[in-house]
Design a binder for this molecule. Sequence first.
Ligand SMILES: *Cc1c(COP(=O)(O)O)cnc(C)c1O
Length: 384
Amino acid sequence: MKKIQMVDLKGQYSKIKDEVDSSVLEVLDSTAYINGPKVHEFQKNLESYLGVKHVIPCANGTDALQIAMMGLGLKPGDEVITADFTFAATVEVIALLQLTPVLVDVDPVNFNIDIDAIKKAITPKTKAIVPVHLFGMCANMEAIMQIAKEHDLFVIEDNAQAIGSTYTYSNGEKAKAGTIGHVASTSFFPSKNLGCYGDGGAIFTNDDDLAHTIKGIVNHGMYERYHHDVVGVNSRLDSIQAAILNIKLKRLDTYNKARQNAARAYNKAFKEQANIITPTGQDVCNGICDNCDCHVFHQYTLRIINSDRDALVKHLNDKGIPCGVYYPIPLHRQKAYLDERYNEADFKVTNQLVKEVISLPMHTELDDEQIEFITSTVINFINS
Ligand SMILES: *Cc1c(COP(=O)(O)O)cnc(C)c1O
């Protein structure tokens, strides 16, 4: 059996090596390292893949979030509601811009921001909601956009984990994750579903004025050469990364299908296990029906109930199976983000999830033998 890895970047690269290498060499030879034609090409390719009017490439997913918030003109003291159960980047940029983060609980089924918790957290100071499409599954965007409309709020989608996933509205219409809110951010960190070989990120929007504002912000607030109209940042996707992303974007749907196939095999193996809750997608299809892309499985995350999650982690590691706990500590209990207004009773789900979740190896190169070994090792431990 091939050695099991959490993410197999080498296996994936070996299949596209010739194409990637020659495209990277082309950039080296062209010397167009910054804002070269490959970056423009990737921007256009991603716009057409997503069906969004504007993609603005930038240096990483954290910058993308920050720049999106700067572009919306949010002001110090404005309250921004986001999920307690996510990667820290989301809350970090809110705090960094001196906006006030308001963390709220998540839904126990899809792990995404809880709709009732958003409603409860809205005050006259609330200006924006940041849903995170956690682990590759779209948040309930229809309900979130409805709340935003009623309260005149911006919606910033943190799409770092769900690129390529498709959200289906209750009337059957579909839209790609990251094209539904006023603006969205994504990350091309190597292990993300669309990863480059270094750092990278992008902002998406359908709003022409906002796109114009953001294009200036990423370039030192400059709209005309050496005229600095607003305070900006320096945040660029470099041409070498864009060259790699052009090649991987063509395969994104195939890559996401491979992840969904692995998830389907995992779910099937765990189906009869009373102490394991498998991930579920957009209520109707569980995320893994044959013709649905609502979940692109950035992570495959189980809830382990009535059993010792931490002992399972140790057991799997002893057997040579890497795994992860995303995320072990809720953001509202992180030192940097403590706030006396928070009440533990309002974070029941997150407080429970951090004790139960475990993410199994998930990537495009998993084979049946590996999945069989992983699932039987988990099941044997749980029932021992
Ligand atoms: C990875 C990630 C980010 C940050 O992306 P970087 O490119 O590492 O800055 C932000 N939000 C979420 C949910 C992520 O998973």
